[in-house]
Design a protein around this ligand. Structure first.
Ligand code: BGC
Length: 333
């Protein structure tokens, strides 16, 4: 079924703009190797309205620790919408900009790529007409502010558009944001947002313009009832969902094969920007899924970002200041 939808969408794209045709049909365009391989999400910090509110504040030693065990990248979710004026010119808070520059500076010194995104812009999903101009202005400011940063700084247009941000609307927004970002950042790697919470169907239906320094993204918490069982914010069973049968693994592999197919069609690398299992799930089960995801992604050459370092799907325990050894091993051994 998924393939049928993809074929229909491809046929449609042939009637659309020239760049759409090139993006989905010109198999001679090079697929650039992604600049990242193993990446850790620093969730629960600047993802909250105020850093620290959710129990985690980013420290330089966290970046050093992440680098030391073998990650090459961090993804920094930032709730910029809580730090910009509500009305034009939508000025970003200088303090928040300075804080993100501080963290980006640490990453650059340590030699980690850092993905800076726009996270939890909930109002945009509810009222895109009203909020898209604000997001464009936020990106104008971010693009100008980081124009002089090294190529270790990577942008990501928006986290998990959903609700009224359809695939078409997200594609159109990505195009406008790219035009603006490219004015000051002609060569910077950018990750484009994928609609429907970053899921596979939306990734397959999306028709982004080809750019040799763009990555597409997939968020995978499938099956959600397993990865999010017990998570207080999720609509999932409390407990008792298992994962790991032959058919579970087959489904995981099929999804990742489809992600690779998107990469081949669109000629741009796909990064799995979020995947992980809620901390309340027994560690053996968390690790079974996480290790399977990691090895299956790496077998296909897909870059990935684990969700997350010290939040609710954590790999690192702040209370004891130690990695959770099983989760760390599932990601890196
Ligand atoms: C959300 C986080 C959440 C995670 C796992 C992310 O996209 O921003 O708040 O913890 O997904 O559900």
């Amino acid at each position: 079924m998924r393939k049928l939808i993809a074929a229909a969408a491809l046929a449609l794209s042939a009637c659309s703009t020239a760049s759409d045709e090139i993006a989905s049909a010109d198999s001679t365009l090079p697929i650039s190797p992604p600049p990242i391989a193993r990446c850790m999400n620093l969730g629960s910090a600047l993802e909250a309205t105020y850093e620290g509110e959710w129990g985690y504040t980013v420290r330089r030693e966290d970046l050093e620790r992440i680098k030391a065990v073998g990650f090459d990248t961090i993804r920094l979710p930032v709730r910029w919408s809580a730090h910009a004026l509500e009305d034009a010119p939508y000025t970003l808070s200088p303090d928040m900009l300075a804080r993100v520059h501080e963290i980006a500076g640490w990453a650059e010194t340590i030699g980690l790529n850092i993905i800076i995104n726009v996270h939890h812009y909930d109002a945009l999903n509810d009222a895109p007409e009203q909020h898209e101009p604000r997001l464009e202005a936020i990106w104008d400011q971010l693009a100008a502010s980081f124009a002089g940063a090294s190529n270790l700084v990577i942008f990501e247009t928006l986290n998990e558009p959903h609700t009224n941000m359809s695939v078409a609307r997200t594609d159109a927004l990505n195009k406008r944001l790219m035009q603006r970002i490219r004015l000051d950042n002609p060569d910077r790697w950018v990750i484009l947002a994928t609609a429907n919470w970053g899921n596979l169907d939306a990734l397959e239906a999306s028709r982004p313009d080809y750019d040799p320094r763009v990555m597409l993204t997939l968020h995978s918490y499938t099956p959600f009832d397993f990865t999010h069982q017990g998570a207080p914010w999720a609509d999932a069973p409390r407990t008792g969902v298992r994962w790991g049968t032959r058919s579970d693994l087959k489904e995981m592999r099929a999804d990742l094969d489809d992600a690779v197919e998107v990469q081949t069609q669109q000629r741009m690398p796909v990064v799995v920007g979020e995947f992980g299992v809620y901390e309340g799930v027994p560690v053996e089960a968390r690790v079974r899924w996480t290790r399977a995801m990691r090895t299956e992604m790496e077998a296909r050459g897909l870059a990935w970002c684990y969700w997350d370092y010290a939040g609710s799907l954590k790999a690192y325990e702040l209370e004891t200041e130690t990695w959770i050894p099983e989760v760390k091993a599932a990601l890196l051994d």
